[in-house]
Design a protein. Structure first.
Length: 344
């Protein structure tokens, strides 16, 4: 197992700074996600770690030793891309064994390793099949087997599930996490999918515009976003402006007692699940504008004065569109962002 450390990495293409002085570390055997929207520098960061792209400045360490000038084939990192990149003219056995063949491993040993990999990815009996005969999930498993066959020190995953349908993506995500934990291999996953990062990772690094805006466990990043941009990236749709003065929060919706928040102007993030709806009366301030039934839960947009609030209720609480409701918000459960501390 290998620990990884990046120090002050910067990279520009055509005078456009893609990576802006980022630093982070990955512990041995850890699964870390680099999360961010398209164009934020995620894949470039992964390629810099692999050695496919050279940074303009900064250092990269594996187990405390610099690999900045170590060639790709000697770093021990293997990239798995979203497009699988299987050789169409080679069968499954030949695809998995390709890296071993290039490394000069003898045929008998290659066959033994390939058999082990096929068992690991649950594709025994597929040795003679060609990529055109495989499903998307099977192709992805072959790509993983090929990567793992060369016994990499680091597994680098570049949006590996984005080309799969929703159900298959969930299956492959669970499968990948199971293999990663079984082998204990240091892994970095690049993704734009928030749920994927939350469900797969020991830690998440949020990358926006080439800069690290937050690093932490999934629960830390979700429940305590470091700044407004991170909160909005995670899709929290309820942001309410307010002023705190001496333990009272004043908003356009009304005044609320608040604890532990210093005086100032704020935007307050309220998660969907932290807004509670109750059956209303004619005097209730809330009106259900839209609803989406999704089985175990129902999604609502509720109008309160000039606010459209997004909330979620469990299946046993159903409100009709146009129905009046009471809206209960505990602002003490919200996340407060002072205006002067918004991250750009």
């Amino acid at each position: 197992m290998v620990s990884i450390e990046l120090k002050n990495i910067t990279k520009s293409f055509n005078n456009n700074k893609v990576i802006d002085n980022i630093s982070f570390s990955v512990e041995k055997g850890e699964m870390v996600s680099i999360l961010g929207p398209s164009g934020c520098g995620k894949t470039t960061t992964l390629k810099i770690i692999a050695g496919l792209v050279k940074p303009d400045s900064g250092e990269i360490f594996f187990n405390g030793g610099s690999v900045l000038h170590t060639p790709v084939e000697k770093r021990g990192g293997v990239l798995v891309f979203q497009d699988f990149l299987l050789f169409p003219h080679l069968n499954v056995e030949e695809n998995i064994g390709f890296g071993l063949k290039m490394a000069g491993v003898k045929k008998n040993e290659r066959k033994k390793v390939v058999a082990e990999m096929l068992k690991l990815v649950q594709l025994e009996g597929y040795e003679e099949k060609y990529p055109r005969e495989l499903s998307g999930g099977q192709k992805q498993r072959v790509a993983f087997a090929r990567a793992l066959a060369v016994k990499p020190k680091v597994l680098l995953l570049d949006e590996p599930f984005s080309n799969l349908d929703t159900r298959l993506r969930e299956t492959m995500r669970e499968f990948t996490c199971e293999i990663q934990r079984k082998l204990g291999i240091t892994t970095i996953l690049v993704t734009h999918d928030k749920e994927e990062a939350l469900m797969s990772s020991d830690r998440i690094i949020v990358l926006l515009d080439g800069k690290i805006k937050q690093s932490g466990t999934p629960t830390e990043v979700y429940f305590k976003p470091a700044c407004l941009r991170v909160a909005k990236f995670f899709g929290h749709k309820n942001f309410i402006e307010g002023i705190v003065r001496n333990g009272v929060l004043s908003t356009a919706m009304g005044n609320y007692p608040i604890q532990g928040i210093e005086n100032g102007d704020y935007q307050i993030m309220i998660r969907h699940e932290e807004i509670k709806l109750k059956k209303g009366t004619e005097n209730s301030a809330g009106i259900v504008e839209r609803s989406w039934f999704a089985g175990e839960r129902t999604y609502y947009i509720v109008k309160v004065k000039d606010f459209s609030l997004h909330c979620i209720e469990k299946q046993n609480k159903i409100f009709a569109e146009g129905e009046k409701v009471d809206v209960v918000i505990d602002f003490n459960e919200g996340v407060f962002f002072k205006k002067e501390n918004y991250c750009r």
